[in-house]
Design a protein around this ligand. Sequence first.
Ligand SMILES: [Mn+2]
Length: 424
Amino acid sequence: MNVEKYKIEELNEVTIKVHQRKFTALLDEIRDVDSVLKKLLDFNIAIPSWALGTGRTRFARFAGGGEPRSLEEKIEDIGLLHKLNQSSGAISLHIPWDIPKSPNDIRSLAAMHGIRFDAMNSNTFQDQPGQKHSYKFGSMQHVQSEVRKQAVDHNIDVINYGIELGSKSITVWLSDGSCFPGQLNFRRAFENTLESLSEVYKHLPSDWKMFVEYKAFEPNFYSTTVGDWGQSLLYASKLGEKAYTLVDLGHHLPNANIEQIVALLLMEGKLGGFHFNDSKYGDDDLTVGSVKPYQLFLIFNELIDGMDARGMSHSTDLGWMIDASHNVKDPLEDLIQSVEAIMIAYAQALLVDREQLRKAQEQNDTVMGQEILQKAFRTDVRPLVAEARLLSGGTLNPLQAFRTLKIRENLIKERGLKTISTGL
Ligand SMILES: [Mn+2]
């Protein structure tokens, strides 16, 4: 399905007057609106190739319809999304779920949709058909060197696919760990994992980054071998300057202060990438901003503060990715909401008066510190985000456009009702 430019313009015509009124009213709240708009225009979030189909729980999967049946159709879906919001011009690929049969063709298809390839993702948390060794007891931590080598070789394959597509980074998330006390030796598991990661690291091209993603628990429930940001930072520091920590919002123990983690990782120059989602209990992978939008804002506040302190580019110096997927929403509508939530939190954080905040902190003015943050958080920046979309040729209201243009209905017509996307 293709959404022509004139259709977007027609839709915007209907609401432009209301939008302009709201945007003008907001201008008093924003210093240097042009610079804020420019930052919003430059900001893009990568969509994971596994989020375009209906996710599942441990119990069931309730597929929608018109789900992408191939990598080509996944790129087409992200192209549709990007056309509407102009903020999702990147894809994060998962291997082996999305092995490109012809990398050149895939690359030109993506370019046609204005999509680049963000971090590649490897998978040693499942056994694939025909695989020689099982990952039942881990992959890079495994007690047998043959298993570790198989995991290393897979990661090298993933880098090679990425090179052909023009990606510049690999995210390694390991489910390695143990379910019971006594099952493994923590130190040996760490050392084996470090050795395996070093083998993969050696294969990184000079302009690539390796992101070491951590997760507190699940699928292992006693220990995880890359279990928190301290362990990830330890691996990344030992591996070298191309290795970084990746923060996935859902991969923490409840109530962890993620904004503080982000601040310190940035201070150390070791924050490489981000996986956005939201959660109430564990790694729930819910729509970004659906449960804890204030936390998301506080994280963005630290991201901006930390990146500015190091002179980093907001749009290109970190890998920004969504990692969410679930059972009850249309995946594309969910992604529209997630991208919107990220843009809103980013825009609000851009409004924080950092000079005043610094002064309040130096005077121990706790009340004013909170006021400054909450003033930005409580500003309704939706017209600002919409204006950035309008300037870049997107729709004023992507969700409404998705429904008015009957995008899902059209995809079902094209692909059928009973399609199942590759992935989890
Ligand atoms: Mn993740």
